[in-house]
Design a protein. Structure first.
Length: 236
C-alpha cells in the first residue's frame, strides 16, 4: 500500500514511522509511506500556507497548496482514480476497526492533516472521507493520522508477524480482547488461570470466548449487537 501524508510538520512522523511494526513493514515493502510538507506546494515567495479566517477567528490553512499537493500526488501515483483522500478532522466520522479493515483494501491513501482552525472549507471538495479519532480536539491532524495509519497497517497481510494475529485483537469482531498471561505462573499470589496451562486447546478457546464476552458486557455493552458467538470462532 502507498500512503502519502500532507502536513505542515513532517518531523512529527519521524518517530512513529521509523520504529517497531511500521518500520519493518516499510523495509519489507508492504508499505510505502511518504510524508510531504504542504509548504512545498505554496505558490508565493514567502511560502504562506495559512491566513486569517473571514468573519473573524484564528488561522486557517489555505486551499491552493492543498489542492495542488493532492493533484500532484495523484498524478505521480499513476492511479488518478484509485487514491482515497482522507481529511483528519474533529467533525469527521469516528474511526473504528471496521473502517481500518475497509481502508486496508485500498492501494493508495492520501492523508490531509489540518492545523490551527482547520482547512478552508473548499478543501472538502477533493476529500473522499473525513475521519475523527474521538470526541476531543487536538492541535492538528498529525496524531490522528498516525493512529489511523497504524491501525490500517495491521490489517494488511504480512505486516503483523503472525497472519491471524490481528483477528484476535479487540474490536476486530465486535468484542474486546480476552486476558493474556505469560511467565511466571504465579506472581505476588496472582496465578495464571489453570485452563491456560491444560494444553486442551478446545477448552482454552471456550474460556477465551466466555471471558471476552463477559469483559465486553462489563466494559463496552454497546458493542454487543447480533450473534457475538459467531464472531469469535476458533477457525476464523
Amino acid at each position: 500500500m502507498k500512503i502519502d501524508v500532507l502536513t505542515l510538520f513532517p518531523k512529527m512522523f519521524e518517530g512513529p514511522l521509523t520504529e517497531s511494526m511500521l518500520k519493518r513493514a516499510q523495509k519489507k515493502k508492504f508499505l510505502d509511506i511518504r510524508v510531504h510538507n504542504i509548504r512545498d506546494f505554496t505558490i508565493d515567495r514567502h511560502r504562506i500556507t495559512d491566513d486569517f479566517s473571514y468573519g473573524g477567528g484564528g488561522m486557517v490553512l489555505k486551499p491552493e497548496p492543498i489542492f495542488k499537493s493532492v493533484e500532484f500526488l495523484k498524478k505521480c501515483s499513476g492511479r488518478v482514480h484509485s487514491a482515497k483522500v482522507l481529511l483528519m478532522t474533529p467533525d469527521g466520522k469516528t474511526f473504528n476497526q471496521q473502517m481500518a479493515k475497509k481502508l486496508a483494501k485500498r492501494k493508495h491513501l492520501i492523508f490531509i492533516c489540518g492545523h490551527y482552525e482547520g482547512v478552508d472549507e473548499r478543501v472538502r471538495k477533493i476529500v473522499d472521507e473525513e475521519i475523527s479519532i474521538g470526541d476531543y480536539v487536538l492541535t492538528g491532524g498529525e496524531l490522528p493520522a498516525m493512529v489511523v495509519i497504524d491501525a490500517v497497517a495491521r490489517m494488511i497481510k504480512g505486516v503483523v508477524g503472525k497472519q491471524d494475529a490481528p483477528k484476535k485483537d479487540s474490536f476486530y469482531k465486535g468484542l474486546l480482547d480476552y486476558p493474556h498471561y505469560t511467565r511466571p505462573r504465579e506472581f505476588r499470589d496472582m496465578k495464571v488461570p489453570g485452563v491456560l496451562l491444560s494444553g486442551n486447546h478446545k477448552k482454552i478457546q471456550e474460556w477465551r470466548v466466555t471471558i471476552a464476552l463477559k469483559r465486553t458486557k462489563q466494559r463496552r455493552p454497546d458493542l454487543l449487537k447480533g450473534d457475538t458467538n459467531a464472531r469469535f470462532s476458533q477457525r476464523d
